[in-house]
Design a protein around this ligand. Structure first.
Ligand code: TXA
Ligand code: MG
Length: 317
């Protein structure tokens, strides 16, 4: 059985992590499935619990940019972005330093490493208490919707992990923005909690990763990902009586069996915070599909539309 721990039981969570066990914890974006990033066995256990393909590398969480600089090589762009956006929902992919302490399995054998400095007080306290970097992908089974509440983590992973630290609902609600800084031109690998426009304002133009430029760089780049069981119908302006409706803005079409609002006022931050919980709530066998109203493609809307398009993509097998 998976223990559900309160924030007051943080020391217990830290002890489990130090022992090599898996502990899920909240971050400002989504819940992460944490393990000691320096332990090959603990990192391998993450792949097993999530049923994640081992070619998909993990994000490693550290306390600050100084701790990050012990693991990867920083350049001027990384310095600037770290100063401006850390702690917060930005992940930087940078060249690994040789003989760093992080398990090679965490970066799936790549010579780069994805690093993030979370803003949420619980993972920060946990990283301090464990005293090691923590590898943490989103705490869902591979290919499924990311969890934004402790209950979602238990729905996905109960019995497969030692504990979940319950910190309530996640503030941002979509995963971190991932920026690859290993080449001369920065590449956006995943839109997320920091709008790419804000990154470009800091360091100049950023390339968008092509969907199919060879092997996918990670699961966030697989065309079908973040998938509920029901099919999604995007850009819906009408709704059928057998569909559930994911609504955005004041004017929702009438006639759905059930409607959930991402944001009635059309606020993209509120919509991002509600996205995964709303998809989970509407993913029920008494509907035939989830109709999703159009969402503007700017700011956090880019990350929202990215997740929705992947959730709507044809599934393998
Ligand atoms: O907000 C977040 O980023 C959450 C919280 C828990 O921090 N974590 C998260 O992790 O979304 P995950 O594993 O679900 O997504 C990690 C993404 C994957 O798309 C993976 O391929 C990419 O990061 N990634 C990790 N290391 C990489 C690397 N060295 N090069 C390129 N992509 C990498
Ligand atoms: Mg994920």
């Amino acid at each position: 059985m998976t223990e559900c721990l309160t924030p007051a039981e943080l020391d217990r969570a830290a002890a489990l992590l130090r022992d090599g066990s898996l502990v899920a914890f909240p971050t400002e974006t989504v819940y992460g499935l944490g393990a000691d990033a320096t332990s090959d066995q603990a990192v391998a256990a993450i792949f097993h619990a999530k049923q994640r393909p081992v070619f998909n590398p993990l994000i490693v969480h550290v306390i600050d940019a100084v701790a990050a600089a012990r693991l990867v090589r920083f350049d001027a762009r990384a310095d600037m972005l770290a100063a401006r956006f850390w702690p917060g929902p930005l992940t930087l992919v940078l060249p690994r330093l040789a003989d760093g302490p992080v398990s090679l399995l965490a970066s799936a054998g790549l010579d780069s490493l994805a690093l993030r400095v979370p803003a949420h007080p619980l993972p920060r306290a946990l990283i301090r208490a464990v005293g090691r970097p923590l590898a943490a992908p989103s705490a869902n089974r591979s290919g499924r919707i990311s969890p934004t509440r402790a209950e979602h983590v238990l729905d996905e992973l109960d019995g497969r992990i030692a504990a979940v630290l319950d910190g309530g609902a996640c503030r941002v609600g979509v995963e971190s923005t991932i920026l690859d800084l290993t080449a001369a031109r920065p590449i956006l690998l995943r839109p997320g909690g920091v709008p790419v426009e804000e990154l470009e304002a800091a360091i100049g133009p950023i390339d968008r990763a092509g969907e199919f430029d060879g092997a996918p760089r990670g699961p966030g780049m697989l065309p079908s990902h973040y998938a509920p069981s029901l099919p999604l119908r995007l850009d819906a302006t009408t709704v059928r009586p057998d569909e559930a409706l994911l609504a955005f803005g004041k004017r929702a079409p009438k006639g759905a069996k059930e409607t959930r609002w991402l944001s009635r006022s059309g606020d993209l931050r509120e919509a991002a915070a509600n996205l995964f919980a709303a998809l989970r709530a509407l993913d029920r066998p008494d509907f035939t599909a989830i109709a999703v109203m159009p969402i503007p493609e700017h700011g956090l809307g880019v990350a929202l539309n990215d997740r929705l398009r992947r959730a709507a993509a044809p599934r393998p097998g």
